[in-house]
Design a protein. Structure first.
Length: 315
């Protein structure tokens, strides 16, 4: 083979590899600048899930102020707080201005619409609630809403049906401009296992399908963090970050037992590299329900410590 033919073969092969993504994986070997870029500290975005502040019974305006002053970039709000705000006759436009002025982005919202239940009438009401919630959230610039298995304590065995029901709220979200993300729930019979959550997201057959995972809930559900390698991290918007102690044991541990990241037994040396490996570039959001913290700290203190603890596990 002539030298020109060899070069042509190399170029053709390189084009082929580039088209399949393998060249991108090999690019750091190309020089010192790309090596430096590859080894540079990764930029993380941190949010506060205001479930962490629920025990203080603050109005949503104060939750926004605390989140911003503590140094977070994003916030996840709870719809019960938004509903109370609206019941007081206040406007979504004013709330959006407050959020914008604070410099925060609304990364998500936590609601409990019964969209997945077997009862047709209850599910219809759940879809209406989801549509109403999404419409309100869109007006304050919210990007996502959690979609847990609310309203049912029994397992729904037909995951294809669950996928169809998830698709129904994804289509509503596409109209409203807010994406529902399927939330893995440790105590749930239907969304306990990561394998079931992934199967439902796939069965939805929708481009916006995504899953919402949580360090505690993955543990509570009996999942292994290494299983995350089967997921596409780039499709995930938010990851709830927290930790958990060895006692109570997994079978009896509850939301109230969550602790600051790094203060429990969560194997972050496995979890965090795995999230990086699968390409997760979303937001890390602190979610705790520890009443002991709320009794010990002021809201701003709790929020600041939580952010410091999150940053420390990446250091």
């Amino acid at each position: 083979m002539t030298q020109n033919k060899k070069n042509e073969s190399k170029i053709t092969r390189r084009k082929m590899l580039a088209a399949t993504g393998f060249v991108m994986a090999a690019m750091p070997l190309g020089g010192s600048q790309t090596l430096a870029a590859a080894n540079a500290p990764k930029k993380r975005k941190y949010a506060l899930n205001t479930g962490t502040l629920l025990g203080y019974n603050l109005p949503i305006e104060e939750e926004i102020d605390v989140t911003a002053k503590a140094g977070y970039e994003g916030i996840e709000i709870w719809l019960m707080r938004l509903e109370k705000y609206l019941e007081e006759g206040k406007s979504l436009a004013d709330l959006k201005k407050r959020i914008d002025d604070s410099g925060l982005t609304v990364e998500g919202a936590i609601g409990f619409a019964n969209w997945i239940v077997d009862d047709d009438a209850a599910r219809a009401r759940g879809l209406e609630q989801m549509k109403r919630d999404m419409g309100r959230l869109a007006q304050i610039g919210c990007r996502c809403i959690a979609a847990p298995a609310s309203g049912t304590n029994k397992r729904i065995d037909d995951l294809e049906v669950c996928g169809e029901r998830y698709r129904a709220i994804l289509e509503i979200g596409q109209q409203e401009g807010v994406t529902p993300i399927l939330e893995q729930w440790g105590p749930s019979q239907t969304l306990r296992l990561l394998s079931d959550v992934a199967a439902i997201a796939i069965a939805a057959k929708h481009p916006n399908a995504s899953v919402l995972l949580d360090a505690y809930h993955l543990y509570k559900g009996g999942n292994d963090y290494i299983s995350l390698k089967q997921l596409n991290g780039r499709a995930m918007r938010v990851f709830h970050l927290n930790d958990y102690p060895a006692d109570p044991p997994r079978e009896t541990i509850a939301d109230k037992d969550r602790v600051f990241p790094g203060d429990g037994i969560c194997p972050f040396d496995v979890l965090l590299p795995t999230l990086d490996e699968i390409g997760f570039e979303g937001v890390f959001s602190l979610e705790l329900f520890n009443r002991g913290y709320q009794e010990k700290y002021k809201p701003i203190e709790l929020a600041k410590i939580g952010l410091e603890k999150m940053q420390a596990i990446f250091a």
